[in-house]
Design a protein around this ligand. Structure first.
Ligand code: 5AD
Ligand code: SF4
Length: 441
């Protein structure tokens, strides 16, 4: 057996891709290992959304080059591959800057890895694949070899929204949806391997518009309805959504599809109309408020989460206050928040009126304080309730199990391992910093 080490950065879609790359390489004799030392192949599955992502990849590659040289001295080999969004964005620049890299493969081309490895061995050179053959890769991926209780399933990729701060439309290409039949097949395979929850992934997952075999288009709501029919599958989630793509049928599904969990990650980024406009979000803060009202009408207990950016170019104190007001109005279960930082090639990176870092730091601190207060409030509101929990794995404290509420909150419970993969009612008793604790009811 050869050893494969895959290091994953960034989002859940990358985690899905990493698992698929490992599945693809298994027939070539590669088994996964959890360290680069001693590996015959190392794949860095990179992310480009955070600041200085490329620089971090280059410094990691520097360390791996030394390791590769030592392995070569000892008579061994280490193939070095860069995958993901940095591979897509940087392309040939990567091998120019770090010649120890053998393979560069973009997120739409990694199904070609086996053939690329063969070419690298034959030609003793670098092999690059960064085309955008939209969704072609899914046809060449093997069936999932295994599954956790909760499994990711990519249904949609790419983004046509072009928010002015974001690199995704450039690294992941335009919006494409997989055919529903292929998704249902993969979901059934996952359920057979033990998946009880499926998390549908897409950069704009609610823009899902799947080309069905009968020439009709399926919406995400329709896909979720069909998935709900799969035996053994208890829960369906999806992420990440855009406010503009929140269709009426999807909103209704939250009230009607019992397997669709009451949880929605719906990033708003800012509460100021001026900033939303400069971000090219194509909706106002009040559009978002009205949308949330409609969603809550369909599913009153839904847990809402969002992403926020503070210190976008031109963001005034008033703009920032408007964001705080929006957060107060909505009431989030939890949320992610970031200081704006420039991404080369995006429109916002060259906007005048960039905001000083001290201001961003102060705003981020204030925003996160409010969000944490809301998170604790939401978590505390569950204390005393009995909730259905799906048990996913052993907790770090080995005598306990970790499961999740319908609202995605982690809960720790004393219970037998036979509960893993099962749903059980749990009485929530207390909250610690990042999780809930309860007893079987
Ligand atoms: N600066 C800060 N945050 C960003 N995000 C995307 N691009 C940037 C950027 N240039 C955040 C957005 C997005 C999340 C995944 O990352 O909030 O929703
Ligand atoms: Fe980036 Fe905006 Fe597309 Fe989300 S919707 S991936 S933030 S461009």
């Amino acid at each position: 057996m050869k050893k494969l080490f895959v290091k994953t950065y960034g989002c859940q879609m990358n985690a899905y891709d990493s698992a698929k790359m490992a599945d693809l390489l298994a027939p070539l004799g590669y088994a996964q290992t959890d360290a680069a030392e001693g590996a015959d192949m190392v794949i860095l599955n990179t992310c480009h959304i955070r600041e200085k992502a490329a620089e971090k990849v280059y410094s990691e590659l520097g360390r791996l080059r030394t390791m590769k040289a030592e392995r070569a001295k000892a008579g061994g080999q280490m193939l070095l591959a860069v995958a993901g969004c940095v591979a897509q964005a940087e392309g040939e620049e990567i091998v120019a800057r770090q010649p120890a890299v053998d393979l560069v493969v973009g997120p739409q081309s990694y199904h070609r890895l086996p053939e690329m490895i063969a070419r690298a061995a034959r030609e003793h050179g670098h092999v690059l694949e960064t085309d955008f053959p939209a969704l072609e890769k899914f046809d060449s991926l093997p069936a999932p070899a295994q599954s956790g209780v909760s499994a990711f399933l990519t249904v949609q990729e790419g983004c046509d929204k072009f928010c002015t701060f974001c690199v995704v439309p450039y690294t992941r290409g335009s919006e494409e949806s997989r055919p529903p039949q292929a998704i249902l097949r993969e979901a059934r395979q996952l359920a057979e391997k033990g998946a009880r929850e499926i998390v549908l992934l897409g950069q704009n997952v609610n823009a899902y518009d799947g080309p069905s075999s009968d020439n009709k288009r399926w919406s995400l709501a329709k896909l979720c309805d069909a998935l709900a029919g799969i035996e053994g599958l208890h829960r369906i989630r999806y992420t990440t959504s855009h406010p503009r793509d929140m269709g009426d049928d999807l909103i209704a599904a939250h009230g009607e599809n019992p397997k669709l969990m009451p949880y929605l990650h719906l990033p708003v980024q800012s509460g100021s109309d001026a900033v939303l406009e400069a971000m090219n979000r194509q909706h106002t803060a009040d559009d978002y408020r009205r949308l949330i009202d409609r969603i809550r009408k369909a599913r009153p207990d839904i847990a809402l989460t969002s992403d926020f950016i503070v210190g976008f170019p031109g963001e005034s104190d008033n703009d920032f206050q408007a964001t705080l007001r929006l957060i107060e109005d909505i009431g989030y279960a939890t949320a992610f928040s970031f200081k704006y930082s420039k991404r080369p090639g995006t429109p916002a990176s060259t906007m005048r009126k960039q905001i000083a870092d001290e201001v961003k730091v102060a705003r981020l601190g204030e925003l996160q304080k409010l969000l944490l207060k809301q998170q604790y409030g939401f978590d505390d509101s569950q204390i005393g309730k009995v909730l259905p929990v799906l048990f996913e794995k052993r907790a770090r404290d080995q005598n306990q199990l970790m499961g999740r509420t319908p609202y995605l909150q982690p809960v720790h419970v004393h219970g037998d391992v036979s509960l893993l993969g099962q749903m059980a009612d749990v009485r929530i008793e207390k909250r610690t910093a990042n999780s809930l604790h309860g007893v079987l009811a």
